[in-house]
Design a protein around this ligand. Structure first.
Ligand SMILES: C[S@@+](CC[C@H](N)C(=O)[O-])C[C@H]1O[C@@H](n2cnc3c(N)ncnc32)[C@H](O)[C@@H]1O
Length: 250
């Protein structure tokens, strides 16, 4: 893989908070730029707790998905987007900053994670409940929070949520339900390759979903995605519903 340096995605600026918690909490800065004289530039600040649970720091899949979205920023304005398992929520926050109407979600049994997501929003001048929504949504559970989501989503996004095969079907069920409610919507997610034995192919078939791999060589022109990936192999998939009329075409 080779990347030209026309665009910049700067992920390494660490700004410590300067208080007693500085050893464990820092704010990580991500800079997205059009590269052409920096005509368009977006800086996102993500508070992280490195010794916290999974949801308190930004996994390598998140900047990859964020950059994919940044490259499509013109299409994001006004789109209704839901992020699943958002953790520190870099892709969702970027989407909101680009004008999308965003709902960030993470496991409803993790109130501290949900509070941390609100903190991430506030660090980027997004007021939860006003500029962006934060909800508890646990995969595989069709609780009230799912039914209160906007009826017509355009996009569901997720970064690094397929890390434990025991919850793959829970994610797929949730996505299948949401895509059925929001006809024409897509589920776009990045995942890190952790085992060649893991597959969601059978689940996609069972839940009548169709996957299209997106070549990540094509995204992040000019960005050192290899650095962003931190030595991991990351893929991007786009999932849509197989409509009745499509059966037979696949
Ligand atoms: C590996 S982290 C990825 C976080 C973030 N998307 C990123 O890429 O930086 C997985 C995320 O999924 C969330 N999660 C785990 N199990 C979940 C479940 N059953 N329902 C909803 N979210 C869940 C975790 O709380 C965590 O935020």
């Amino acid at each position: 893989m080779r990347f030209l340096m026309n665009d910049t995605l700067n992920m390494n600026s660490i700004v410590t908070t300067g208080d007693a918690d500085a050893a464990v909490e820092h704010v990580r800065k991500f800079v997205f730029s059009s590269g052409v004289g920096d005509a368009e530039r977006l800086e996102i600040k993500i508070p992280e707790l490195m010794q916290g649970a999974y949801s308190f720091y930004t996994w390598p899949c998140a900047p990859i998905l964020a950059h994919f979205l940044w490259e499509r920023r013109q299409e994001l304005a006004g789109k209704r987007i839901l992020e699943l398992g958002c953790g520190t929520a870099l892709p969702g926050i970027l989407s909101a900053k680009c004008g999308a109407k965003v709902v960030l979600s993470d496991n409803c049994i993790l109130p501290k994670s949900l509070a941390h997501i609100r903190k991430s929003c506030q660090a980027n001048m997004l007021q939860p409940g006003l500029d962006i929504d934060v909800v508890g949504l646990s995969w595989g559970l069709l609780l009230n929070s799912v039914f209160r989501l906007p009826a017509s989503l355009d996009l569901i996004i997720a970064a690094d949520c397929f890390y434990d095969p025991s919850v793959f079907e829970d994610i797929i069920v949730t996505v299948a339900f949401l895509l059925e409610r929001s006809r024409g919507a897509k589920f776009i997610f990045t995942y890190q390759e952790r085992s060649a034995d893991w597959s969601i192919e059978a689940l996609l078939k069972k839940w009548k979903l169709h996957a299209l791999p997106v070549n990540i060589d094509d995204i992040g022109k000019g960005v050192d995605l290899l650095e962003a990936m931190g030595g991991h192999t990351i893929h991007l998939l786009e999932i849509t519903r197989i409509e009745e009329e499509d059966v037979g075409d696949i």
